[in-house]
Design a protein. Structure first.
Length: 172
């Protein structure tokens, strides 16, 4: 578990991801180029930008998605955040973040990359940076009751066809 294993896992995920949209293919290539120039680019210490790990958490039937009202961003977004050096992989970081931010222990994660996004943000570093977000699809158990963490203003299930107006979440 190290910056090197996170970097290797991010690179492998992106190399094995073949998105259908031109915009996603361009983002994939940009992220791979970023990783090629940033050996510690999966850690928040890389102030110019860093890979982050996110979880798009769906209800068992796929009809709802769990979103957090992020206090810094001010919009409803998927759960996730910074990788830590003790995360073995980007997927492990996304699952850790999902559990920490949802309070739901029995989450099931699809192993492949669900998608990618890039966001300009002033994160916990306190300076403008860019989050290069790798997303994973996660399914919650039927009886899941989310518990809001201190990292969220609000946390709730939303129907995938009736998201709040200020939502910024990738749904495929």
């Amino acid at each position: 578990m190290s910056a090197e294993s996170l970097h290797a896992s991010a690179t492998a995920l992106l190399e094995s991801w073949y998105p259908a949209l031109d915009s996603d293919r361009s983002l994939r290539e940009a992220m791979l180029a970023f990783l090629g120039s940033a050996p510690r680019g999966c850690l928040r210490e890389h102030a110019a930008g860093h890979i982050t790990a996110s979880a798009v958490i769906f209800s068992p039937d796929g009809g709802e998605v769990l979103l957090t009202l992020h206090p810094r961003v001010g919009r409803w977004i998927q759960l996730g955040g910074h990788c830590e050096e003790n995360d073995a992989t980007i997927a492990a970081a996304a699952l850790r973040e999902a559990i920490e931010e949802s309070g739901i222990e029995e989450l099931r994660m699809a192993p492949e990359l669900y998608g990618a996004q890039a966001h300009p943000i002033t994160c916990s570093l306190g300076v403008p940076t860019r989050h290069l977000d790798l997303l994973f699809r996660i399914t919650a158990p039927a009886d899941a009751v989310p518990v809001r963490s201190s990292e969220s203003t609000d946390l709730r299930w939303w129907p995938v066809d009736a998201l709040p107006a200020n939502a910024d979440v990738l749904l495929r």
